[in-house]
Design a protein around this ligand. Structure first.
Ligand SMILES: C[S@@+](CC[C@H](N)C(=O)[O-])C[C@H]1O[C@@H](n2cnc3c(N)ncnc32)[C@H](O)[C@@H]1O
Length: 416
């Protein structure tokens, strides 16, 4: 364990590194967007939610002269902020019933966390809304799931799984979350380079690698590509992401990479969910946090998995910066027609269906995709039908309830 993740009661706080700070910023921003989105219905008067921090740590870091919140405090403060913000202009007050589970397997870290919770004024909630557990996440998970299901029908929950390496969140735990709850979301940290750096010829015989889909073929590809300084490693990272996605049981998977200069390795920070809308919100947060996260290859449409063509294409790393956005929008205009035509049935495609199909294969937000569709409508390549069944005026806003229809004449669309 690194010194910068080491806590103790009464001890100096660990320093925080830039990439950890960025990760916690993304968590904070995502939670704000999350609450704003799910309670946007003014009729809603009560929200039940459970927030689980499976690798809680000691709750705070030293950031220069300031103290930065660790993930458990980020969760608590996000709920406090949401209660205040969302009730500001409401006629009908909104009650947020949030429960928190904070788990860590180190006694010193748990003691430091208690100290931090008392210091920050959360003492009255400990043992009520807040449950602190000293234990291993994967062993505590089944009881936590039972407790969520006992009081929340839809099981609305957020799991922050900020492990240091890659073995403490077994794929089985993620599958369990997605098989037992209707509305969970998972934010997973995964030391993707940690896996690759220690791969041996016979690693495919070990369960900790097998559960990640690492077989002899994967190891052969890694050995063949790893010496390419620019992209060899990234190609295997991408293949590993595809395996994690498949093994997780989540429908939507948004993996992006964070560089840790201290350890000289890439970390994966992934968002897993069942809903396209949740993925869209997370992508929006990544675009706001420009330049900290990376993705290999194009942002417009890509597929995870081994793709050695990237070595020849020498595609630049995608950065979520302004010029990446411009390039991505240009590429989308070229790629979206083909994507639409592939998924059309009887020359029609509901927009919602299109978003589901694009699903995990783009860094574009729904708004970016809608603007590409609008451009196609402007050039009369496509007709947009509203939910009332009438043709929409060219140039009007695209909505998720619309349908895309191929005009009878004059389309340049590639038809299958
Ligand atoms: C990277 S640190 C977490 C940092 C924290 N999430 C934050 O953002 O402030 C990882 C933490 O996980 C704890 N840990 C390691 N293995 C664990 C396991 N199997 N179950 C629960 N906690 C574990 C460590 O003691 C350490 O406090």
């Amino acid at each position: 364990m690194q010194d910068n993740f080491s806590w103790g009661p009464g001890a100096l706080l660990p320093g925080i590194e830039r990439h950890t700070l960025r990760k916690l910023d993304v968590l904070r921003d995502y939670l704000d967007v999350y609450f704003d989105t799910i309670v946007s219905d003014p009729r809603l008067d009560c929200l039940n939610i459970t927030l689980v921090d499976g690798f809680a740590g000691g709750g705070a870091y030293q950031n220069g002269d300031e103290i930065a919140d660790g993930s458990p405090l980020v969760l608590l403060h996000a709920v406090e902020r949401a209660r205040e913000r969302l009730n500001r202009n409401r006629k009908k007050p909104l009650e947020i019933n949030a429960r928190f589970f904070f788990i860590d397997d180190k006694k010193n870290h748990i003691d430091a966390l208690y100290e931090r919770l008392h210091h920050d004024g959360f003492s009255p909630q400990i043992g009520r809304e807040i449950t602190v557990i000293k234990g291993k996440f994967s062993e505590e998970l089944p009881d936590i799931l039972t407790s969520i299901k006992a009081v929340q029908r839809a099981g609305r929950s957020i799991f922050v799984l900020d492990q240091f390496g890659y073995t403490d969140v077994p794929m089985e735990s993620i599958r369990l979350i997605f098989s037992q709850l209707e509305r969970p979301e998972v934010l997973l940290t995964f030391a993707i380079d940690g896996v690759l750096n220690y791969l041996q010829q016979d690693s495919s015989t070990l369960e900790r690698y097998r559960q990640l889909g690492i077989d002899d073929h994967f190891i052969a590809e890694w050995n063949a590509n790893k010496h390419d300084p620019a992209l060899g490693r990234l190609i295997s990272q991408r293949a590993l992401m595809a395996n994690i996605q498949m093994g997780s049981g989540a429908d939507y998977f948004t993996p992006f990479m964070l560089w840790s200069p201290t350890d000289s390795r890439w970390m994966m920070f992934a968002h897993l969910s069942r809903h396209q809308a949740a993925r869209d919100k997370m992508l929006g947060v990544h675009w706001q946090a420009q330049n900290s996260f990376r993705h290999l290859g194009r942002g417009s449409l890509f597929s995870l998995g081994f793709d050695t063509r990237l070595l020849e294409a020498k595609d630049a790393l995608f950065n979520f910066a302004a010029h990446d956005k411009q390039k991505m929008i240009q590429e989308l205009l070229g790629e979206v027609p083909r994507e639409i035509s592939i998924h059309m049935k009887e020359r029609q495609l509901p927009v919602e269906h299109f978003l589901r199909m694009i699903g995990n294969r783009t860094a574009a937000t729904n708004e970016d995709l809608f603007s590409a569709i609008k451009e196609l409508a402007l050039s009369r390549e496509i007709e947009v039908i509203s939910k009332k069944g009438t043709s929409k005026r060219i140039g009007s806003k695209i909505e998720i309830t619309d349908r895309l229809v191929l005009p009878l004449q004059g389309t340049f669309f590639p038809l299958n």
